[in-house]
Design a protein around this ligand. Structure first.
Ligand code: AHG
Ligand code: MN
Ligand code: MN
Ligand code: MN
Length: 336
């Protein structure tokens, strides 16, 4: 009987968020409307990714973004869908996208109290070969509705209200935190609804997997080099760790959240600030990791305490199981 009750008691993401928001008496449903807008964008991208190969959506768009990356057709398409949907929701005032050089200030007529920072398509290098990719987002509250400025878009991660990602893999999985833990939802294509499938995700306290692009090993600093060496040649008699690196942050983080372990994009001689962008990759994933009982460290400080000075500023990042990050912190502390 219990199974039947669950089967007919559909916990959709909308119902879940409404439950969460009912804890805030002043809430007028704005956040739920905003979240539904992001969910709509993800459903669109999920559908586009699924038929990319058939609908000639593979390959380059012929433009280059502010990162100096050649934009893929899906990068541009997903960015446009999210920007238009978020503006028309009437719940945002400033948008920051990986694919747009400047912050987008929403027209006065459509302004709301939220800021959304997002990576519309994460893992673009994996599009053409059909490997999992995703969308990453973070949500802030504007500081002063009367006077919206660039400051609103560059708040430290510790001001973030909510964050999440959608992974377009063998299934379409939406992972979200609004500050009370992390929950995962899977798209049921027959309903077009995200259903709660991973309630209250907690990352294992320590893991047996390390995730890093070993191709950059020549350029790593000493603490990173020492840590990876310990993973491969443990001194304490424990078995070596497994290396798993997909190259889409969303997929590597999703595996790390569920299985435990550590994900690293360290600084190296070529990129002293690492590669991942603070606002829409480092902050949202760090927020989720902490909400799931893990940690997020830049090599110098807690990642969420960073204050970005540039819109697309990058930072080295170490994310994952609490104990694994403690080891990295010790190595960086003793290297000072
Ligand atoms: P994006 O496709 O949004 O530009 O992000 C790509 C990022 C991230 O998804 C991944 O972790 C990292 O690039 C992989 O970088 P390398 O290919 O240098 O390992
Ligand atoms: Mn990119
Ligand atoms: Mn990305
Ligand atoms: Mn991207």
């Amino acid at each position: 009987h219990q199974a039947d009750t669950n089967r007919t008691d559909l916990m959709t993401i909308t119902r879940f968020v409404l439950n969460e928001q009912s804890k805030y008496p002043e809430s007028r449903g704005d956040f739920t409307i905003l979240l539904n807008t992001i969910v709509l964008g993800c459903k669109f991208v999920c559908s586009a990714v699924g038929k990319a190969g058939l609908a000639k959506l593979i390959g380059l768009a012929g433009e280059t973004n502010v990162q100096g990356e050649e934009q893929k057709k899906l990068d541009v398409l997903s960015n446009e869908v999210f920007v238009k949907a978020l503006i028309s929701s009437g719940r945002t005032s400033v948008l920051v996208s990986e694919e747009v050089g400047e912050a987008i200030f929403v027209p006065q007529s459509h302004r709301g109290k939220y800021i959304v920072v997002f990576d519309p398509l994460d893992g673009s290098s994996n599009i053409d070969c059909g490997v999992s990719i995703g969308t990453i987002f973070g949500i802030y509250m504007i500081k002063n509705e009367a006077k919206v400025s660039l400051e609103d878009a560059m708040q430290p991660g510790n001001q973030m209200l909510a964050a999440g990602y959608c992974m377009y893999g063998s299934s379409c999985t939406f992972v979200l935190s609004t500050g009370n833990g992390v929950n995962g939802f899977t798209l049921d294509p027959s309903l077009g609804e995200f259903i709660l499938t991973h309630p209250n995700i907690k990352i294992p306290r320590k893991g047996n997997i390390y995730s890093v692009n070993e191709g950059n090993a020549k350029n790593w600093d000493e603490p990173t080099t020492k840590y990876v060496q310990k993973c491969k040649f443990p001194q304490d008699g424990s078995p070596p760790k497994s290396l798993r690196y997909i190259g889409s942050m969303v997929a590597d983080i999703h595996r790390t959240l569920l299985y435990g372990g550590i994900f690293m994009y360290p600084a190296d001689i070529k990129s002293p600030h690492g590669k991942l962008r603070i606002l829409y990759e480092v902050f949202p994933m760090s927020y989720l990791m902490e909400q799931a009982g893990g940690q997020a460290f830049t090599g110098k400080r807690r990642a969420l305490d960073l204050v970005p000075r540039e819109l697309h500023e990058r930072s080295p990042i170490f994310l994952g199981s609490y104990d694994d990050i403690e080891q990295i912190k010790e190595l960086y502390a003793s290297s000072k």
